[in-house]
Design a protein around this ligand. Structure first.
Ligand code: DO4
Ligand code: MG
Length: 280
């Protein structure tokens, strides 16, 4: 039996998908469930009882898989991201910072969102009203326990205003943190094994009925170890409710591309699923 569980937060409690079967969890606060140090065993116990539901996932309204955790993000963890930031901030004299952080021992980590700024699968992400160049950033996101253990993986969209970030690196928080600037979902992959480094991340942006952009990257191109990112995040920092940590983007649309209202963003990570959000 494969030991991988897909954990969904829904309007009617939590739901686990395992070997194509759906199991309904007992009612309990989401934050208490997902930050349990032994989340994997809890889910294994649930699916061990012979009670699969006759319902399918389509019968449930999905919610963003976040309780009261802080959301943080690592940046410039792929060469493609380093290149894009160097280019966008060249005229502001910021290019060198990105090159240096890419190869430094200390990673770039920044605060991304509180739960009220996060949307789930099927909900709308936003473009800042004062931004002229906006992109989605498709990323693998770690769910980390209060003790710093990686409990699971989900899909994230780190919506970013590239013109604001490129004007001055000190504007990064404004380019990254605003209402509906962060999407998470559709579920959390809880697995006894780390997610394979061969995993592919894909993004497609649909405008009207055609693809405005499509790209992919392999997790093997991520320069940092997950454990290093977690070590730095948890150094002298406590997370009583656990945390989510974006691991950076390796897919950057060409500089001529900016998001528009109505665009649909589809991010797929092998083994987890597809997170779909439109801009509105
Ligand atoms: O430093 C800018 C942000 C980088 C980022 O969000 C990424 O590389 O994913
Ligand atoms: Mg990012």
């Amino acid at each position: 039996m494969s030991e991988r569980f897909l954990l969904y937060r829904t309007d009617s409690g939590y739901v686990v998908k395992h070997n194509e079967r759906v199991y309904l969890g007992e009612q309990r606060p989401w934050e208490e469930l997902i930050t349990h140090e032994d989340l994997h065993s809890r889910l294994a116990n649930l699916v061990g009882a012979p009670n699969p539901s006759s319902k399918s996932l389509d019968d449930f309204k999905l919610r963003a898989p976040i309780g009261n955790q802080e959301v943080w993000a690592a940046g410039v963890t792929y060469f493609r991201s380093r290149d894009a930031r160097m280019e966008e901030s060249k005229s502001a004299g910021g290019g060198d910072f990105y090159d240096r952080v890419y190869s430094a021992e200390r990673p770039e980590l920044f605060f991304k969102a509180t739960a009220n700024r996060v949307v789930g699968h099927g909900e709308k992400v936003a473009i800042r009203s004062d931004a002229k160049w906006s992109v989605p950033e498709p990323e693998l996101v770690l769910l980390i326990s209060p003790a710093g253990k990686i409990l699971g993986y989900t899909i994230g969209n780190d919506m970013s205003s590239r013109d604001i970030e490129g004007e001055n690196p000190l504007y990064l928080p404004q380019a990254k943190v605003y209402n509906r600037s962060c999407a998470l979902g559709p579920c959390i992959l809880v697995s006894a094994e780390p997610i394979p480094r061969t995993t592919e991340i894909r993004m497609e942006i649909v405008r009207g009925s055609s693809a405005a952009f499509a790209g992919s990257v392999n997790l093997s191109a991520l320069k940092r170890e997950f454990s290093t990112l977690v070590d730095f995040l948890y150094r002298d920092n406590t997370f009583p409710n656990g945390s989510f940590l974006f691991t950076g983007t390796g897919i950057v649309p060409p500089d001529s591309f900016t998001l528009r209202q109505g665009d649909e963003i589809r991010i797929t990570i092998e083994g987890i699923g597809t997170l779909i959000n439109s801009v509105g």
